[in-house]
Write a protein that binds this ligand. Structure first.
Ligand code: ZN
Length: 244
């Protein structure tokens, strides 16, 4: 089966719609979100609605957790904190409860999903370098785990013939058939931070162990207008144009 993997969406409706449009031709059997459905952007209700309608598998991100009141915003910067408060006021109690009910990690038939790390998803740690992935690769029983959180695409893996060393892999077309375990960050749908403002997503083929990271241009102007209209900090609109 093919999985459509959605990195951090962050209430960016235009980006989510553009990604789902592209996926139409991909024969995706299951939609997966690595969390941070909400926060930063101005369309939290619409994004939640789309994922629920499509019965996506969704794990809890730190912004989802903060908006649902599960964690404090102590470690959030002031723009993120403002967006959390705004999102809380925009969502219904039922939508907040849905966020609250999201699991920290999920094991699917051919891949796992978590937001920060697989080993301790509740800590929302960042995976940027090999050592950040060690515990997760150790604990993982499935061949691959999709994560988000940094908004930067990167893959950390252990090869079947070198199972103790964690290697870093960068690229858009990843053949994981030689890997025993892999942690894949597919980048972000709604707030890319690798200086490419296009929305990022991935298609994972569970049978061939191939991951394709794809980018799609979307109407950034429309979405940044929505953010300004909502009264959210304008920096959250500006950064979308820069991909930071
Ligand atoms: Zn995020």
């Amino acid at each position: 089966m093919k999985y459509g993997i959605l990195g951090d969406i962050h209430s960016n409706l235009s980006a989510l719609e553009a990604v789902l449009n592209c996926m139409e031709s991909e024969d995706v059997g299951r939609l997966v979100s690595v969390g941070d459905v909400v926060g930063y952007g101005a369309a939290p209700k619409q994004c939640i609605d789309i994922l629920r309608q499509r019965e996506a598998v969704v794990v809890m991100g730190n912004h989802d957790a903060a908006c649902a009141g599960v964690i404090d915003t102590l470690y959030f910067n002031r723009f993120a904190r403002t967006a959390v408060r705004w999102t809380q006021s925009a969502l219904s109690a039922e939508e907040c409860n849905w966020l609250k009910s999201l699991p920290m990690r999920v094991d699917l038939p051919s891949c796992a999903v978590a937001h920060g790390t697989y080993a301790r998803p509740d800590l929302f740690n960042y995976v940027r370098k090999a050592s950040d992935a060690d515990n997760s690769l150790q604990e993982l029983t499935l061949p691959v785990c999709f994560v988000g959180h940094t908004h930067v695409p990167v893959t950390l893996l252990r090869l079947k013939d070198d199972p103790l060393r964690t290697a870093l892999l960068v690229g858009e077309d990843l053949d994981l058939s030689d890997a025993s375990r892999a942690l894949v960050n597919v980048g972000s749908v709604g707030q890319p931070r690798d200086e490419d403002p296009r929305a990022a997503y991935a298609i994972y083929d569970g049978e061939t162990a191939r991951v394709e990271i794809k980018r799609v241009a979307y109407d950034i102007e429309r979405e940044s207008h929505r953010i300004r209209e909502a009264g959210l900090p304008s920096v959250l609109a500006d950064r979308l144009h820069l991909g930071v």
